[in-house]
Design a protein around this ligand. Structure first.
Ligand code: FAD
Length: 323
C-alpha cells in the first residue's frame, strides 16, 4: 500500500544531522512507492532543503518561526501538528535522538496513533512492513508489523543507510505557517557540555575508555587514536564515575546507545550495562589486560595487553595508512 510519509530533519550547529537522511531512507521503505516529504522546522531553515532532495526527499515542507530556533516540546508539537493537518500523512519518521524521543510519543498520543521506537531496520515482506527493534538492553530483537493508520517511527542513528547523495535530484519546497503560542518553555541560551569534533551518537568510529585508563590524562592516547580515525571518544560509566571524563561521554544502559562501524573498547571490563549501549556496533575491538574480561565475549577482535602500549601503536599504524 503506497503511503505518504513525513521524515523530520534535524539541524545541529548549522548542519543537517546524518540521521535526517537515514529517516528519509526509512521513510522510502515505509512509503512503499508513495511520497516522502521531509520536514524542516526552525528559523530561516529553507536553505537546507536541497540537501534533503539530494538524499531522496520527494518534497520538502518548511515551518519557519522565531519560536522554533531551539527545540521546545510545545513549539515543535505545534509546528508538526500544523504540518500533519496540512499534509495528512500515513507515516512520520524521526531520528531516535533526544528530540525524536521526546516529540514522537507526544504527537502519537495526541493523535491516538501507534509508535514503533528505536527501529534498526525496516523491511517490506509480502506487502507488510516489518520493523526490527532491540529489546532487553540489546540482548534480543523483536519484529513488529505495521497495521493500517498513521504510524510514528523513530530510527536509531547509524543503522539504516542513507540513499546515495545525488545532486541531480530536486523537488518542490512548500512553506507551512504555524501559529506557535503559549509556550511553557522558552530556551534563552544553550550551553553545551559535550566534546568537540565528531558527535558521539552519529560517529562511525568510537574509541571508548574505561576505568583502565586510570586518569583524565589517560584519555589522551585514546583522543589521538580517535582523531586519526576521524572518530569520537566515548567512555564507560566506570570512567565517568571516577572523574576521568564528562558524563556526556557515557555509553550504556544509562548513557548513550551507539552503533558505529568500529568500536574500540580500551580498559573496559564489559559489564552488561555497558554492553547495552554498544554491543550492536558493527565491528568491536577490545583491548584489555585481563584475558577473562567479559568484553572479549562481544568483541570481533581482542587484544590482550596494556592499553597504554597498544593504543599508541595502533595510532602510529593508522597514521602510516593515512599518508
Ligand atoms: P571496570 O569494571 O573496573 O573495568 C576496568 C577494566 O580495565 C578491567 O577489565 C581491567 O582488566 C582493565 N584494565 C585495567 N588497566 C588496564 C590497562 N592498563 N590496559 C588494558 N586494560 C586495563 N556502565 C556503563 O559503562 N554504562 C552505563 O550506562 C551503565 N549504567 C549502569 C546502570 C546501572 C543501574 C548500574 C547498576 C550500573 C551501570 N553501569 C554502567 C556500571 C557498570 O555496571 C560497570 O560498573 C561499569 O561499566 C564498569 O566500568 P569499566 O568497565 O570502565 O570498569
Amino acid at each position: 500500500m503506497a503511503r505518504k510519509v513525513l521524515a523530520l530533519a534535524e539541524i545541529r550547529d548549522g548542519s543537517l544531522r546524518n540521521v535526517s537522511f537515514e529517516a528519509i531512507a526509512a521513510a522510502k521503505i515505509i512509503a512503499q512507492g508513495g511520497e516522502v516529504v521531509s520536514v524542516l522546522a526552525g528559523e530561516s531553515v529553507q536553505s537546507y532543503a536541497n540537501e534533503l532532495f539530494f538524499h531522496g526527499a520527494d518534497r520538502v515542507v518548511v515551518v519557519e518561526h522565531s519560536h522554533l530556533t531551539h527545540y521546545t516540546p510545545d513549539g515543535y508539537s505545534q509546528a508538526l501538528m500544523a504540518v500533519i493537518d496540512e499534509e495528512k500523512p500515513e507515516g512520520i519518521v524521526f531520528g531516535h535522538t533526544a528530540l525524536g524521543k521526546d516529540l514522537s510519543p507526544k504527537l502519537a498520543t495526541k493523535l491516538n496513533s501507534g509508535l514503533v521506537s528505536d527501529v534498526v531496520s525496516v523491511e517490506e515482506e509480502g506487502g507488510n512492513l516489518i520493523f526490527t527493534r532491540p529489546i532487553y538492553s540489546g540482548k534480543a530483537f523483536e519484529k513488529k508489523i505495521a497495521t493500517d493508520g498513521l504510524i510514528f517511527v523513530t530510527v536509531r542513528p547509524n543503522n539504516i543507510p542513507p540513499l546515495e547523495r545525488d545532486e541531480s535530484r530536486s523537488g518542490e519546497v512548500k512553506a507551512i505557517s504555524a501559529d506557535i503560542k503559549d509556550l511553557r518553555t522558552i530556551v534563552k541560551e544553550v550551553v553545551r557540555k559535550t566534546t568537540e569534533g565528531v558527535d558521539l551518537s552519529e560517529a562511525k568510529v568510537i574509541v571508548a575508555g574505561g576505568r583502565g585508563v586510570k586518569s583524565a590524562e589517560g584519555f589522551k592516547p585514546l583522543q589521538e587514536l580517535a582523531e586519526v580515525l576521524g572518530g569520537a571518544v566515548g567512555a564507560s560509566r566506570g570512567a565517568c564515575d571516577a572523574g576521568y571524563c564528562d558524563y556526556s561521554l557515557q555509553i550504556g544502559q544509562t548513557g548513550k546507545v551507539v552503533t558505529p562501524d568500529l568500536y574500540i573498547a580500551c580498559g573496559i571490563s564489559g559489564a552488561i550495562q555497558h554492553l547495552a549501549g554498544m554491543s550492536n556496533s558493527k565491528v568491536i575491538v577490545a583491548i584489555n589486560k585481563d584475558p577473562e574480561a567479559n568484553i572479549f565475549k562481544v568483541a570481533d577482535y581482542g587484544i590482550v595487553g596494556d592499553l597504554f602500549e597498544v593504543v599508541p601503536l595502533l595510532t602510529e599504524e593508522f597514521k602510516k595508512l593515512k599518508v
